[in-house]
Design a protein around this ligand. Structure first.
Ligand SMILES: C[S@@+](CC[C@H](N)C(=O)[O-])C[C@H]1O[C@@H](n2cnc3c(N)ncnc32)[C@H](O)[C@@H]1O
Length: 332
């Protein structure tokens, strides 16, 4: 994994340039949030209630000031405020910093920031908490054909390395036995990875378990020949961002296959299974994949259904679909 940190600017701008760059409400709101918390660009955009592209434009300008500290992991950027000394920027910043809280949008920004941080925490905690019991929640699903269908799309990757993203307890990894040689299992819950490790101990696969987020995959550029992501997209805040990351880690010409739920109305699943979204429209998935640079994107039907059972005896039978696409081959 590539992890580099650097100050986002080098040269100190002249005072008029510095003041011009600071004299923008959105940029000040960004600085006010980054003063409190290190955030990814996506998290910052959600906390501000703005499109990521707009936030990225402002960030480009803020880079000239040298107030930001950036940590790069793969292609992604985590941002926070850099400590300042007694240089021009430091002095201007000290005079300004305390007044940021007076901006009219600040209270709403902070409330959204709390939501973003709570979401980050909730998502991370849920699977750690339920890991030991997860297979009871999803037991009926484990015997279905959906994952075999997903795995079958990787037949072209025989003998090669596949990433299983959001691998959970390893249900999606299991059908890869005999099809591929090596699997890099990624999940942000260590407890789920531990269950997967146990389940797959005798699988004969060459396995590697890595703790990490789909927002910021712990996989090098082009490291895997293909990837699967089973039942994890509905946990993600930003689909396009996740697919951009997937495209980065799969080699040119490599394939991505995702298994997902159609939109549904079983609200108890939010609580019982920690799902952020109640399914996702297949066209939202294809659009995000195509925008992230995947080609030959195709939706496939799946016969069997997802049949979770809640702790209070709730149950549902929900239809599923597959989407597959390819990273374009490198031009020769
Ligand atoms: C519903 S389980 C699916 C597990 C497995 N892929 C399957 O098909 O059974 C979702 C898994 O995705 C993981 N997960 C959710 N959001 C994630 C994220 N942003 N990054 C990495 N893993 C995530 C959870 O920890 C959980 O283990």
């Amino acid at each position: 994994m590539i992890d580099t940190a650097r100050m986002a600017a080098t040269a100190t701008p002249a005072l008029p340039t510095l003041l011009r760059l600071l004299a923008d409400g959105t940029r000040l709101r960004m600085l006010a949030l980054l003063r409190r918390e290190e955030l990814t660009v996506g998290e910052l955009a959600r906390a501000l209630g703005l499109a990521q592209s707009r936030v990225s434009n402002h960030l480009r300008q803020l880079r000239e000031i040298g107030l930001l500290f950036e940590r790069h992991v793969g292609k992604h950027t985590h941002l926070k405020l850099a400590g300042r000394g007694n240089d021009l920027i430091g002095r201007v910043w000290s005079a300004l910093e305390e007044s940021l809280a007076d901006m009219p949008e600040h209270a709403a920004d902070l409330a959204r920031l709390d939501g973003v941080l709570a979401e980050r925490q909730r998502g991370a905690d849920f699977f750690d908490r339920v890991a030991g019991d997860y297979d009871k929640l999803a037991v009926r699903f484990s015997s279905g054909q959906a994952r075999q269908r997903t795995a079958a799309h990787l037949a072209a990757a025989r003998g090669l390395t596949v990433a299983d993203l959001g691998c959970g307890t390893g249900y999606m990894t299991q059908p890869l036995v005999g099809l591929v040689e090596r699997v890099v299992c990624v999940d942000r819950s260590e407890a789920m990875l531990e269950q997967a490790r146990e389940r797959l101990a005798d699988s004969g696969l060459d396995l590697e378990f890595r703790v990490g987020d789909l927002d910021l995959l712990p996989i090098a550029d082009g490291e895997v020949d293909a990837l699967v992501a089973g039942m994890v997209l509905h946990h993600l805040a930003d689909l396009e961002h996740a697919f951009t990351e997937m495209r980065r880690v799969v080699r040119p010409g490599g394939r991505a296959v995702v298994l997902e739920l159609f939109p549904h109305t079983q609200t108890w699943i939010h609580e019982a299974l920690g799902d952020r979204f109640l399914g996702i429209a297949p066209t939202d998935v294809t659009r995000a994949m195509e925008r992230s640079g995947f080609v030959n994107v195709v939706i496939d039907a799946v016969e069997d259904r997802y049949e979770p059972v809640g702790p209070g005896g709730e149950s549902a039978s929900l239809p599923l679909y597959l989407v597959r696409g390819e990273r374009p081959p490198e031009p020769v």
